[in-house]
Ligand binder design. Structure first.
Ligand SMILES: *Cc1c(COP(=O)(O)O)cnc(C)c1O
Length: 684
């Protein structure tokens, strides 16, 4: 099915839950009717996902771009698994990346046209946001029509930018702390036709620039990064202002101008840069910063600097929760409004000062790269406290009073006494706990009390969902009563910002979306760290403490995915518990299906052990000697020695995540040659 024929266009996000699709007089044992639109509304997919992700007629998540081909994410995952790529799997969609780059460029083009701006836009992608080679190669390829360039924040990133960019017209902007070698490299690269800007972050870097210019004979293309007095908002609001880590104060910028003038090098100063932080959720600080920077730009031009470029940095946000608000996981503007504001503020300031308008540069990282990657993982176990509505066993004749009371509390839960019932249940449980401590009831009786308590809470939360005004205490039971879904991935490796800064990413099942999700769950990862969890989820109004998920059916697999995680997560990911990089594949969509353009195998156990200086061969040998000595002493049979050694060696070659293969993981593809793909195609 093409993109246009889907039964659920984005614009049709219903405000009301529509009528069930099945007839009301269906056989009574059929599952309750649930529509695709209800799932779309519940997971807000059309708000954060448009125009790339939506639910298809089969009740699964579908990926594509407007008017282009689509792929069923569940089927794609199964296909990739069939090729030996175990979950968790990071899938990068080239078409989505291409669309993001095009979208941002077209927003600027439209703004330039509408405001009759007499200049152009030339964006750069900040390499620090996702340095993976295949990804950067795609940024360069898809950005070529717009002469989209790269921004480097360190020497290694400059090396990436220089090799990746070729000489296709895109700019290279060098930020970050620089030493002599960094500056000299940047200058020399200008000699083969690249436009490389060295942006001064500190005054000392000007001396490096002078020295490098003298040594190489190249006139540097310089920029200055301004510490604006206008602040960003949210987490990164200290990226600018007087105490900012980077940038030159106004006094220092004036000093740069004077020193360049002394050496007759004022023509070298061509660019003004600022960056007020990332994920700027409100447009107001963006406008304030733009206005201030545009005025500085105009003054620099009036002071005789050559200028020509204004680089507005990053900060363009991503609407992770789809709420279109200034909440930290959202944004109260869109890419087009951003472009209009950049263009109009700069034009106004330049017109007023009578200086020609600059080429506009922006360094949007998050907004370019977040959407293209999806992490698919699997639920490997659950742990719930819900009774599923079943009645508890009666405590029986002559049971302890505390048990009788808890049973009675359960029997008497009604919609109008929810809070009172909750207090009674809590009191009963506390009493049982202290009776046990002083030896008045047995462990078995305490267990009975605990079960009755959960039955009470279960009944209270079930009734709470049917009443209009729920007491606050009862509302907070939701989280406590939610199940834990254990999933095959590591938060620290694949979504470190969830742990580090409480970042929200959309998470949802990728199939069974035509069924009602009857469970509430939080997500736990494979690490033995209690922080390795997701227990805050996007919500239209606030943040949900539990996610609606489906009941796991015996013998069936359940796949979930985390979306919009293509910015920062991969490189910030770490090896906690030695869970390594996941497999990553690049998928491009075709009219008749899809193509796996490249596969980057994740770490094997052997590789992550190598990072912490273990030598696998030596480990095998040490274990073999211990086994051999145990065998000599008759403690272990030869067969068991062989089994142990086989598991040990196979595990070393295997994926660091659970592979669910009890006979030991298959040879890990990253060590021996990768398995053949069905439609092999050279990496781009
Ligand atoms: C991190 C960074 C960016 C990217 O910011 P986003 O919010 O991801 O767009 C751009 N420029 C500089 C100087 C940065 O440090």
């Amino acid at each position: 099915m093409g993109w246009g024929e889907n039964p659920l266009p984005w614009s049709a996000t219903p405000n009301k839950i529509p009528a069930p699709m099945t007839e009301p007089n269906d056989p009574s044992d059929a599952p309750p009717a649930w529509s695709l639109a209800q799932s779309a509304e519940l997971y807000q997919i059309s708000r954060w996902g448009a125009p790339y992700f939506r639910i298809n007629a089969a009740g699964r998540v579908e990926v594509g771009t407007e008017g282009g081909p689509v792929v069923d994410l569940f089927e794609l995952t199964r296909d990739l698994e069939a090729r030996g790529l175990d979950l968790p799997l990071l899938i990068r969609f080239s078409d989505v990346l291409k669309h993001r780059i095009k979208h941002i460029n077209e927003c600027f083009r439209r703004a330039i046209e509408e405001y009759e701006y007499d200049g152009r836009y030339q964006g750069v992608f900040p390499v620090k946001v996702n340095q993976q080679r295949h990804f950067i190669d795609e940024v360069v390829e898809h950005g070529r029509p717009w002469e989209f360039g790269l921004e480097a924040g360190s020497k290694p990133e400059l090396l990436i930018a220089l090799s990746a960019m070729g000489t296709d017209g895109g700019l290279i902007v060098c930020n970050g702390y620089k030493d002599r070698a960094y500056v000299e490299t940047a200058l020399l690269a200008q000699l083969f036709g690249k436009k490389v800007f060295v942006v001064l972050e500190r005054l000392e870097e000007l001396d490096h620039a002078f020295a490098a210019a003298e040594k190489t004979g190249v006139r540097p293309a310089l920029g200055v990064r301004a510490k604006l007095s206008s602040r960003g908002v949210g987490r990164w609001n200290t990226s600018t202002g007087d105490r900012a880590k980077f940038g030159l104060s106004v006094a220092e910028i004036v000093e740069v101008v004077d020193r360049l003038k002394e050496r007759d090098m004022l023509d070298c100063l061509q660019l003004l840069h600022f960056h007020i932080g990332s994920q700027i959720s409100s447009i107001i600080p963006v406008k304030n910063a733009l206005r201030e920077a545009a005025h500085i730009y105009g003054e620099l031009a009036q002071m005789g600097a050559k200028m020509g470029y204004l680089d507005v940095g990053g900060g363009l946000a991503v609407d992770y929760d789809g709420s279109k608000t200034d909440f930290h996981a959202s944004m109260n503007y869109d890419e087009q409004e951003y472009a209009y504001d950049v263009v109009s503020e700069v034009k106004e300031a330049c017109d007023r000062k009578g200086v020609p308008v600059p080429t506009l540069v922006s360094e949007s990282g998050r907004a370019v790269s977040a959407h293209q990657s999806v992490l698919v993982f699997e639920v490997v176990g659950t742990n719930g406290v819900r009774s599923g509505g079943a009645a508890p066993d009666h405590p029986g004749e002559g049971a302890h009073r505390v048990l009788d009371e808890l049973y009675e509390t359960w029997e008497n839960v009604r919609a109008k006494n929810l809070q009172e019932s909750l207090h009674d249940a809590q009191q009963g449980k506390e009493e049982a706990d202290s009776l046990f401590k002083f030896g008045y009831i047995t462990l078995r009786q305490r267990a009975q009390a605990e079960r009755l308590y959960w039955h009470c809470l279960d009944r209270i939360t079930a009734l709470a969902s049917r009443v209009k005004t729920v007491p606050e205490e009862v509302q907070s039971l939701e989280e406590m009563m939610s199940a834990i879904y254990y999933c095959n991935f590591s938060v620290f490796q694949s979504a470190p910002d969830v742990w580090a800064i409480g970042q929200l990413f959309p998470v949802m099942p990728i199939h069974r979306l035509d069924e009602e999700p009857t469970e509430r769950a939080t997500i736990a990862d494979l690490t033995c760290d209690s922080d390795g969890k997701i227990d805050r989820f996007i919500d239209f109004e606030d943040v949900k403490r539990a996610l609606e998920v489906h009941e796991i059916r015996a013998g069936e697999r359940y796949f979930m995915a985390m979306f919009l995680n293509g910015a920062y997560q991969e490189i910030l990911g770490d090896l906690h518990n030695l869970f390594g990089d996941t497999h990553a594949v690049h998928v491009s969509l075709e009219e008749d299906g899809y193509e796996v353009a490249s596969v980057v195998y994740g770490d094997s156990v052997r590789e992550v052990l190598g990072y912490v200086e273990y030598e696998p061969q030596e480990m095998v040998e040490r274990l073999r000697l211990q086994a051999e000595s145990a065998r000599r002493r008759g403690l272990i049979t030869i067969e068991n020695v062989r089994l142990l050694m086989r598991h040990y060696e196979e595990s070393l070659r295997g994926y660091t995540y659970l592979t669910g293969d009890s006979d030991g993981p298959a040879d890990h593809p990253s060590v021996p040659p990768p398995p053949p793909l069905q439609n092999p195609k050279p990496a781009r």
